[in-house]
Design a protein around this ligand. Sequence first.
Ligand code: SF4
Ligand code: SF4
Length: 113
Amino acid sequence: MIEFVSAERCVGCTLCVKVCPTNVFDKGEDGVPTLARQEDCQTCFICEAYCPVDALYVAPFAEPLDVSPQEEELIEAKLLGSWRETIGWGKGRTTLAELDTTPFIDLILPQRR
Ligand code: SF4
Ligand code: SF4
């Protein structure tokens, strides 16, 4: 579930507001999105993947955390934008698709005789 928006990092691009499939965010008056409907979050990580400045943290749980995370803790644990980094989105990163060596085509094509 989405847990944190960093006002320090956010540049107000509104990408997270636009890509969220369940309309969790509202545009904040200061440009920083608010978690207006956190309970509607589907833990899909799309917002975190799209945020260009690693300002978001989606926890890998369907329920909200008991205690809201603090920015310092998230930075220390390298969790802000960690999913975006994992899938290789962002300048200079290697995408999962580039790393994938699964021979899908070989598996689905009929075997030659
Ligand atoms: S994780 Fe998915 S559903 Fe949740 S706020 Fe982000 S985009 Fe919306
Ligand atoms: S995608 Fe990131 S930078 Fe853009 S509005 Fe959302 S939190 Fe801010």
